[in-house]
Design a protein around this ligand. Structure first.
Ligand code: AMP
Ligand code: GLY
Length: 432
């Protein structure tokens, strides 16, 4: 099969690596890819941006692509799967109507409420004055969320009563995230550890993956600003079989049944961001794709052919598909550029990467923000090209062994201004 994989991060390097192991994969094109995907066998980068739907469609048609796999949310929310379907092209990932579970937090919240899926209470507003009146009159501090996509930055946690109006003004009046803040949610603040539970879905059936946890804060001990994720581990010690059964019963099964009943059958990855409260797991958000860096710990644990699983999802045949998971644990440590998540420099030479395709057995240096240098002095060498540069994963019999393996690789890698957390995988009580 000829595959088009869309995206350029650590998640996409992990997807390309796992897909390239499939006996059914003949060629994998990655748009636009990174320095890691460029080096995988049978893989090649194509210079098309992830939001250039007309060009992606033209490429898929011209290159006789059998399956398109979408890494990030934006193309899905913009209707990539719908546009490809019109041309008879298969896509692993939801339609625009189904991807609204991530694309519109207002839609998602109303969906959760009308289907009695446990979540924080929330109210939706489109007018600044009304929102500010409501939020400042509450007995406790709420959470403020832009309804639309804001690259993971649209959730604000006011620390004082005064912050509330300032943050609402930034979203609704100053339009910090543009149209994403036209509608906002004021939501009950919940407390507890957070857990990412992802499922492969074929429209009717689903299969859970090992539950993961990610470390969102920049600094050790969960301090500093929020980031796209500084590391992750799976399976989470919090995810007991009982808890996962409860998540299936109260979240995944009703969500898929309701999407089906509402005419937007859900095919692809459904990612439930959960908070484990004293009264049970509640949904903080849905995402319509793999997490980054969750994919970099989940995919190394998948003990079967990812392409077969994705194809089964696309054709509604997940029920007959046996998924295997390793009994090991995986930890990924993100190495970022100094300055991230704010401004950072790029073009720094990366040395000390493990030799071979990705590294030694059970360890993988997934590339995120890298590219191959095109000019001297770094021609054809790996240079930094983003905030999150590498996502170094190792598997092991325990989380501690996996973390030790990942840090062994990290310790050998150098680039100017590299920053990383030293405590990834050590604390499963992550959360508020
Ligand atoms: P979201 O994009 O909705 O998952 O929100 C990003 C992060 O904000 C979450 O991972 C939580 O840490 C935090 N958050 C979101 N909603 C809530 C909530 N209702 N209560 C407490 N924290 C929240
Ligand atoms: N790691 C969080 C996300 O991918 O949304």
């Amino acid at each position: 099969m000829r595959i088009l994989l869309i995206g350029s991060g650590g998640r996409e390097h992990a997807l390309a690596w796992k897909l390239s192991q499939s006996t059914h994969a003949s060629r994998i094109f990655v748009a636009p890819g990174n320095g890691g995907t460029a080096a995988l066998p049978d893989c090649c980068n194509v210079p098309i941006e992830t939001d250039d739907l007309p060009e992606l469609l033209r490429f898929a048609r011209k290159s006789a692509i059998d399956l398109t796999v979408v890494g990030p949310e934006v193309p899905l929310v913009s209707g990539l799967a719908d546009q490809f379907a019109v041309e008879g092209l298969h896509v692993f990932g939801p339609t625009a109507a189904a991807a609204k579970l991530e694309g519109s937090k207002a839609f998602s919240k109303a969906f959760l409420q009308r289907n009695a899926i446990p979540t924080a209470w929330a109210r939706t507003f489109t007018d600044f004055e009304t929102a500010a009146d409501f939020a400042t009159g509450l007995d406790s501090l709420p959470v403020i969320k832009a309804s639309g996509l804001a690259a993971g930055k649209g959730v604000l946690l006011p620390e004082t009563g005064d912050d509330i109006a300032d943050q609402l003004r930034a979203l609704m009046v100053e339009r910090r995230f543009g149209d994403a803040g036209n509608t906002i949610l004021i939501e009950e603040r919940l407390f507890g550890p957070e857990l990412s539970v992802l499922a492969f879905c074929d429209g009717k059936d689903f299969r859970l993956m090992p539950a993961a946890q990610d470390h969102k804060r920049l600094l050790d001990g969960d301090f500093g600003p929020n980031t796209g994720g500084m590391g992750a581990f799976a399976p989470s010690p919090l995810a007991s079989p009982e808890l996962l059964t409860e998540v299936e019963r109260t979240v995944m099964r009703p969500a898929l049944a309701a999407m089906n009943a509402e005419g937007a059958a859900y095919q692809g990855i459904l990612y439930a961001g959960l908070i484990l409260t004293e009264t049970g797991p509640k949904v903080l958000e849905f995402n319509c794709r793999f997490g980054d860096p969750e994919a970099q710990v989940i995919l190394p644990l998948l003990d079967c052919d990812l392409l077969e699983v994705m194809t089964a999802c696309v054709h509604g045949r997940l029920a007959g598909c046996a998924l295997g998971w390793s009994s090991e644990s995986a930890v990924t440590v993100v190495m970022a550029s100094r300055g991230y998540p704010e401004a950072y420099e790029t073009g720094k030479l990366v040395t000390g990467l493990p030799s071979g395709e990705l590294g030694e057995d059970g360890a993988f240096a997934f590339h995120a923000g890298t590219r191959l240098g095109t000019a001297d002095p770094h021609r054809d060498q790996v240079v930094t090209n983003g905030g999150r540069v590498l996502s170094v994963t190792a598997t092991g019999a325990t989380l501690d062994e996996a973390a030790a393996g990942a840090y062994r690789i990290v310790d050998g890698i150098r680039f100017d201004g590299a920053v990383w957390r030293t405590d990834i995988g050590q604390d499963s009580s992550l959360g508020q």
